[in-house]
Design a protein around this ligand. Structure first.
Ligand code: FAD
Length: 351
């Protein structure tokens, strides 16, 4: 089956839904293709102990209040319900589960999926990062006899009861995991490549803007972006202070190798481990765009705002500086404004 549309949106997380809202308002003909079986984007997969009260802050979708009061409920459930309600309220044309396998060039962009082909005049890619967990490689890793997990598969602390756990990574996922694993585990060890940055000053709009500006500069230059959430530093809450004082957040430098029963440093130190939790972040899930050859020598895609510099039909929303719930909202609006101008222009020229 081949269907023609003005705009194809890939992904129905915050970035895809925000884009869909503005496409609807612009009265463009569009479809949203989402690989998940239900609403919620990546949020529906986040670990069950990530409570609404424990996230950095979820910004509401355009023109639809997010009114959940229950901060103890898992973010995965609350956000999935909220996204579902949003999709229904604005009758967004979402097709799922539909996984986009490739996008290829031509007079129209050819979007090939496991459920048919869409031919689009423009494309908004909003596929986030959750589907591309980043696993660093260390010598000996494949010979480890215990369990290796990534944040993307982290089941919560109960499964790690009585285990000796090494947590790798300097971001808030690592810190949150350590604080909840330590009370039930036999032992925890925290290792990071660089010393973690604890932010003692409050998270103001200026701090947020400075973080976004740093990531924006990277993608404009075609470098691979760090996540906005990762460059804002670790908040020092009373729980974090307590965990630092009790030694749970006593960070060790990165180990040199993995042995069958633990991890070892160059100076001869060794820590036994049953589990290594790689809280080492994610990369942009863009494999399906590979046929377009967008990646440059800097490892990233050269961007101008949300637009791919090399092709004005392509926008990446939720990528780089817009990889946060608030950033995704703004980027959706900006992408649709540009696409509407582009398609309007083409229609006029053709007429
Ligand atoms: P996602 O929510 O990941 O949605 C992408 C969608 O695309 C998914 O539904 C997926 O199935 C679909 N998809 C992917 N590939 C394909 C394909 N090939 N074909 C079809 N569909 C596809 N931001 C905040 O503002 N506050 C926070 O507290 C916060 N906490 C975070 C905690 C963690 C652990 C992580 C990883 C991120 C966090 N973020 C936070 C970032 C934030 O979640 C996202 O940047 C934001 O929600 C935008 O998501 P998105 O729509 O880009 O992607």
């Amino acid at each position: 089956m081949t269907t023609e549309v003005d705009v194809a949106v890939i992904g129905a997380g915050q970035a895809g839904l925000s884009s869909a809202y503005f496409l609807r308002r612009a009265e463009l003909d569009f479809v949203v293709l989402d690989a998940n079986a239900g609403p919620g984007g990546a949020w529906q997969h986040r670990w069950p102990t990530l409570r609404l009260g424990g996230v950095h802050g979820i910004h509401e979708l355009p023109y639809f209040p997010f009114e959940s009061e229950d901060l103890d409920r898992p973010a995965s459930e609350v956000v999935a319900e909220y996204f579902g309600a949003y999709e229904r309220k604005f009758a967004l044309p979402i097709r799922r589960p539909v996984k986009v396998q490739s996008v290829t060039d031509g007079p129209r962009l050819r979007v090939e999926t496991d459920h048919g082909v869409w031919m689009a005049r423009a494309l908004i890619n909003a596929t986030g990062t959750w589907d591309r967990p980043f696993w660093p490689r260390y010598p000996g890793q494949s010979g480890f006899l215990g369990t290796q997990l990534h944040t993307a598969d982290y089941p919560g602390p109960t499964a790690l009861e009585g285990k000796r756990v090494v947590v790798v990574g300097g971001g808030s996922s690592a810190v949150q995991a350590l604080m909840e694993i330590a009370p039930v585990a036999a032992a925890t060890t925290w290792v990071t490549r660089r010393p973690p940055v604890f932010r003692t000053e409050p998270f103001t709009q200026e701090v947020g803007r400075a973080a976004v500006a740093r990531v924006e500069e990277a993608v404009r230059a075609g470098r691979s972006p760090a996540s906005v959430v990762s460059v804002t530093g670790l908040s020092v809450t009373p729980e974090v202070t307590a965990a630092r004082e009790s030694g749970v957040l006593d960070r060790q430098p990165m180990f040199e190798r993995v042995l069958p029963t633990g991890v070892a440093w160059a100076d001869g130190r060794f820590v036994e481990a049953d589990v290594i939790l790689w809280a080492t972040g994610f990369r942009a899930a863009l494999d399906h765009l590979a046929p377009l050859g967008l990646r440059g020598p800097g490892g990233g895609i050269v961007m101008d705002g949300t637009r791919v510099a090399a092709d004005p039909r392509l926008h990446l929303v939720g990528y780089g500086p817009s990889a946060s719930t608030i950033g995704a909202n703004r980027a959706g609006r900006a992408a649709v404004r540009e696409i509407r101008a582009l398609l309007g222009q083409r229609t006029t020229t053709a007429a």
